[in-house]
Write a protein that binds this ligand. Structure first.
Ligand SMILES: CC(C)(COP(=O)([O-])OP(=O)([O-])OC[C@H]1O[C@@H](n2cnc3c(N)ncnc32)[C@H](O)[C@@H]1OP(=O)([O-])[O-])[C@@H](O)C(=O)NCCC(=O)NCCSC(=O)C[C@@](C)(O)CC(=O)[O-]
Length: 305
């Protein structure tokens, strides 16, 4: 374990994709485009914009091409999109993402529910996608869902995380994101999963993706910082959930992570006030308050001033 924490951390805001994919109400493409714009203005340099999946499975992401076409593409900001297969890749490629994300799972049952195939079949699908993306000059990230536990199978052993990580490495995936899909992970269990990823990928190419269902996500981010991991997914206003993990709440809120990191003296390049404005804005669009403790605290303090 590293003795000092990283001096700089990269946050990937997954709010436009993971955050909105599970919304019951229709969210206009124009609002998604504005969300990306506001995140960029708040200093986010990595944004997961949308996914190119079946609109029958995830209707909320059916406007991926429109959203990608509508966003500004300033230099220095990386825009990623989720891709499950070659059909998704071809649609994604036409929108010029900087990065694609193939998404597998350490649980067979979740793989079947989420992408309608086994883990082995998913790797077979990801192999040509990864090769084509790299050929096109795009970076390929891999997400490993259910790295701690699965909503259908229960606890997942780190051996199973390592297996998927190794298979992703073998097909040329360049980065792995270790995901606690249902947010039951606690620091030592998350570290155990991360250790397996670090057997196959360097520190700079491993990230954490923690849902906050049981309120553990910030502790898990901290546990990973102690290992030297310096990249995390987070979702503005704590938006989100996965349609195939019922009851799972959103990712750790970006504002909460930024507040903790800045408190630790770790740079993010993110303007917390502007981020809180964004959290308030998108929550207003959705007709509710942000889930983020930091956003609510800062908004209450502003209102009282
Ligand atoms: C993977 C599939 C497509 C397989 O779905 P399938 O039904 O097995 O696919 P298929 O190849 O048999 O095709 C069936 C139909 O889907 C169409 N199709 C096939 N592929 C595509 C595509 N890419 N885009 C658009 N359409 C597509 C295809 O053209 C055909 O259309 P039809 O002839 O019936 O009209 C489906 O299961 C799916 O779309 N699943 C969506 C899963 C998803 O988006 N889940 C949420 C994201 S993952 C997540 O949130 C977890 C993560 C990453 O955040 C980390 C964590 O926290 O765990």
């Amino acid at each position: 374990m590293s003795s000092s924490l990283p001096s700089r951390v990269t946050l990937v805001d997954v709010g436009p994709r993971d955050g909105l994919q599970n919304e019951k109400q229709a969210v206009a493409a124009a609002h998604k485009i504005e969300l990306v714009q506001r995140l960029q203005q708040a200093g986010l340099r990595e944004i997961e914009v949308t996914s190119f999946v079946s609109p029958k499975w995830v209707p909320q992401m059916a406007d991926g091409a429109e959203v990608m076409a509508g966003i500004a593409r300033p230099a220095g900001v990386r825009h990623s999109v989720l891709v499950p297969n070659m059909k998704g890749f071809e649609a994604a490629l036409a929108t010029r993402p900087d990065e694609i994300v193939v998404f597998g799972a350490a649980s067979e049952a979740f793989s079947q529910k989420n992408i309608n195939c086994s883990i082995a079949e998913s790797i077979e699908r990801f192999a040509p996608v990864t090769a084509a993306a790299r050929e096109a000059g795009l970076k390929v990230r891999g997400a490993v869902s259910c790295a701690v536990a699965c909503p259908y199978e229960g606890e997942i052993h780190p051996d199973r995380v390592e297996l998927v990580v190794r298979l992703m490495k073998e097909i040329g995936v360049q980065h792995v994101g270790i995901a606690d899909t249902i947010g039951v992970g606690t620091p030592r269990r998350v570290q155990a999963a991360m250790e397996r990823a670090l057997k196959h990928y360097p520190l700079a190419e491993v990230s954490g993706h923690f849902h906050d269902t049981y309120g553990q996500s910030l502790s898990n981010v901290y546990a990973c910082l102690e290992m030297g991991i310096a990249s995390f997914d987070a979702s503005v206003a704590g938006l989100g959930g996965c349609p195939y993990a019922k009851g799972a709440t959103g990712n750790v809120a970006t504002e909460d992570v930024v507040f903790m990191l800045h408190g630790l003296g770790i740079e993010t390049g993110i303007d917390l006030d502007a981020l809180v404005d964004t959290a308030a804005w998108i929550s207003g669009v959705l007709g509710r308050k942000p889930v983020s403790r930091v956003a609510n605290a800062m908004l209450a303090r502003r209102a009282a001033a």
